[in-house]
Every structure is written in structure tokens, then in C-alpha cells.
Design a protein around this ligand. Structure first.
Ligand SMILES: C[S@@+](CC[C@H](N)C(=O)[O-])C[C@H]1O[C@@H](n2cnc3c(N)ncnc32)[C@H](O)[C@@H]1O
Length: 253
């Protein structure tokens, strides 16, 4: 792929950054390298995934084993909202968890749907957010991303620690579902949490190439792919921000 940092400019790949080996935990020391399995909470999370994945997620919420949870929106989302460069209209956050990013994205010009397969996650998200001043501009639904059929498509889909949480066998279906749910001129925003050198998951190993592999055959191209300089300290050097659009088919006739 020739990913672009802005349309027409080469990507600024900072390949020399620390090689990421961390999982969803948000308490590792900056620059440290360790297998997420060494994080007791990630180890415990994996133990909950013995059968059906939806059941595993529900249990993780039930037992409070949510090592990915930042307790606040990811800073780059707040930055992008302030920048005014994100599509308005309808936005979707699949695998939203507590929904901090849902709330951060919601405003009179942008209605946001937070989706999570866990009933309990959605209950918790509603509990903390229902009386916020912008509560009219978001909603939370307990639905399976792969099966849900909305009444309308979306102008923006934001994925953060959802792709890497899914079994890799679901990645093609993830891309097809994004393709189905996004308007033709809509934008897919991926905050890619790079993880490597692990066996199993969640979270699972993933690279930018893994996203390209499933998105590009559907016509998506990264119009921006850059290091997330605003990553929280334990994830610094491990996150890339990707903004994807579908390219109009160029006929040679
Ligand atoms: C690693 S957590 C990330 C939560 C949130 N994005 C965050 O950064 O805090 C993954 C979330 O995806 C949800 N999830 C997993 N499979 C799903 C599916 N098929 N449809 C919707 N949500 C799903 C889980 O319940 C869990 O809350």
C-alpha cells in the first residue's frame, strides 16, 4: 500500500519506535516490553474465553476484568473532535465498552451509536452517561456488530481496541461489516493498537498490514496513517491512527 499522511503526501512511518509487545493493559511502564499474559488482568481475561466469545466478554464485564478500560476518552479522539475534521452526521463505535469515546464524539451535529455485545457493558455505559449535557446526541445498544442491521448507514465508524479484540478469523467479516454499515463516502477511523509476539488473545497480534489485507479488497485506502502522538503513556509508540476512505473506481474507458 502507499498510505498517505495527507492525501498526496507520503506517510511518516516512525519505524524506530519501541517494538510493541503489550496488550490491553493501561498500567505498564512507558517503553516497557512485556507479554500481556504477564499482566494478571489480561491473563485472567483470557481464562474467561473458554467457549463462546460473547459469553467471555459478558463475563469480563461481570467480573470487572476490563484491562483495556482507560476510564476516559482516548486523547486523540478529543483532539480530533476539537479539530473539526471528523465527519458530522451519524457515527458508530463498535465494541464501545464504557463508551467514553461515544460521549466525546457526540454533539448536535453528530449523533453517535455505541454498540457492544455485552448487556452489562451497555448498562454501565448508560448508567454513567445518561444525564450528561450531550445525552441527546448518543445512544447505546446491546447488539452483535456482525449481526446488527441499522435503519441507516453511518458517516463515521471509529474502531479502537475492537479489531484487536476479535479472533483473527473474524477480520474479513469485520471489514465486510464496516463496508456494509458505512455510507459510500463515509470514513473509517481506526486507532490501531499494535500488538505482536503473542500466542492467542484477546488481544490478538495485529499490524497495519492486517487492516490493509481485509480493507483494501473492498476499496478502502488509508488517506492518513501516522503514529498516535497523543497515545496514553503506556501505549506510546504502540498506536497508529488510520483514516480510511473508499476510493471511487477509476474507469480506464
Ligand atoms: C477490548 S474491549 C474495548 C472497549 C472500548 N473500545 C475501549 O477502548 O474501552 C472490546 C469490546 O468489544 C465488545 N465486543 C466483542 N465482540 C463484539 C461484537 N461481536 N459486537 C459488539 N461488541 C463486541 C466487548 O464486549 C468489549 O466491550
Amino acid at each position: 500500500m502507499r498510505a498517505l499522511s495527507r492525501v498526496g503526501e507520503p506517510v511518516r512511518w516512525l519505524a524506530s519506535r519501541a517494538r510493541p509487545r503489550r496488550g490491553m493493559g493501561s498500567s505498564a511502564a512507558a517503553g516497557g516490553r512485556r507479554d500481556p499474559g504477564e499482566n494478571p488482568k489480561v491473563g485472567r481475561l483470557r481464562e474467561l474465553f473458554t467457549g463462546d466469545a460473547a459469553d467471555g466478554w459478558e463475563k469480563s464485564w461481570e467480573f470487572g476484568v476490563t484491562p483495556w478500560d482507560l476510564g476516559k476518552p482516548t486523547p486523540v479522539i478529543e483532539h480530533l473532535v476539537r479539530s473539526g475534521t471528523l465527519p458530522k452526521g451519524r457515527a458508530l463505535v463498535p465494541g464501545c465498552g464504557m463508551g467514553y469515546d461515544v460521549v466525546a464524539l457526540a454533539c448536535p451535529e453528530r449523533f453517535v451509536v455505541g454498540l457492544d455485545v455485552s448487556d452489562l457493558a451497555i448498562k454501565k455505559a448508560k448508567q454513567w452517561s445518561s444525564s450528561l449535557p450531550n445525552a441527546d446526541y448518543f445512544t447505546f445498544l446491546a447488539e452483535d456488530f456482525f449481526k446488527w442491521i441499522p435503519s441507516e448507514q453511518f458517516d463515521l465508524i471509529f474502531d479502537y481496541t475492537f479489531f484487536c479484540a476479535l479472533d483473527p478469523s473474524l477480520r474479513v467479516a469485520w471489514a465486510e461489516t464496516v463496508n456494509r454499515l458505512l455510507k459510500p463516502d463515509g470514513e473509517l477511523l481506526t486507532l490501531i493498537y499494535l500488538i505482536s509476539d503473542q500466542e492467542g488473545g484477546p488481544p490478538y497480534n495485529n499490524t497495519v498490514a492486517d487492516y490493509q489485507k481485509v480493507l483494501e479488497p473492498l476499496g478502502f485506502r488509508a488517506v492518513l496513517m501516522e503514529d498516535n502522538e497523543l497515545a496514553i503513556k503506556p501505549r506510546k509508540g504502540c498506536e497508529k491512527l488510520g483514516r480510511w476512505k473508499r476510493c471511487a473506481h477509476q474507469s480506464s474507458l
